[in-house]
Design a protein around this ligand. Sequence first.
Ligand SMILES: [Zn+2]
Length: 330
Amino acid sequence: MHTHIIPEHLPRFAEKFGYGDFIHLVHHRPGFANMMKGEKFFREIEANCWDPQLRIDEYATHHTQVQVVCTIPVMFSYWAKPQDTLELSRFLNDDLAQTVQDHPRHYIGLGTVPMQDTQLAIQELERCKEIGLVGIQIGSNINDQNLNDPQFFPIFQACQDLGMALFVHPWNMMGFHKMERYWLPWLVGMPAETSRAICSLIFGGVFERLPNLRCNFAHAGGSFLPTIGRVEHGFNCRPDLVAIDNPVNPREYLGKFWVDCITHDIHMLRYILQTAGHQRVTLGSDYPFPLGDLTIGEFIENSDLSKETVEDIFCNNTLEWLNLKKEQFM
Ligand SMILES: [Zn+2]
């Protein structure tokens, strides 16, 4: 339920809009492209980032048929002028919808929307639904605004009303420029970002006010679940700081949101299953990126988890999160 895809060719948005470090692709050798952020090299990607059939074939080698696809977070571009992010989002979403339409038994799509503009975000969210996407992926913060900020509430409300699922992915990592060495934004910043997102949605009362919002968090919820004891203790010992917008104990929300299983560690996964609930852990891979689980749940298959639990993680829980039926993919 957590894989990334990008169109093979991107317009030169920076030239079109006349500003900004929008991502563009340079296909410098067969089967590979450099993602460029303005003039700066961001990362090299392979054809499995954009070629739907190649992805299906690679997934088949791991006995996996269906991929939930969304864009690469660097494409969010929330920093741009809202109209321009809308145009970029529409381009990416149309490409996603085409992939789903061409391979309906293999792909499920989550769109992207200009979160920095409430009205445009809802407009594109509605369009995402019309073109066959079943939810959206958003960042863990929006231009450093936390997800409890009132401007985002109508977007979450629209997700609930339209039955669109929400996938929260860490991006724009806190402290990025203070810890660039050793890939720390990815290793330290990302888990913290996801906890920041979950805590903001809990303490800001978003989950409380939108009980039917179906929300899933990347990388097993980052550091949130491993630190739930501390978070709850903070809520109890300093309610004057923590419980100012929502009087409900954060532990009450366990089992009400989904997380993926990307832990690379069966002991941690067992803890996540216990804490979030067996029905709330979904098979994520972060494919095709190297920090992901590129053997697609092999460590779960090789574990002593019960057959039922493995089946729930591999299939049933994602279907429940997205409100889809298994038969659609048979
Ligand atoms: Zn990811």
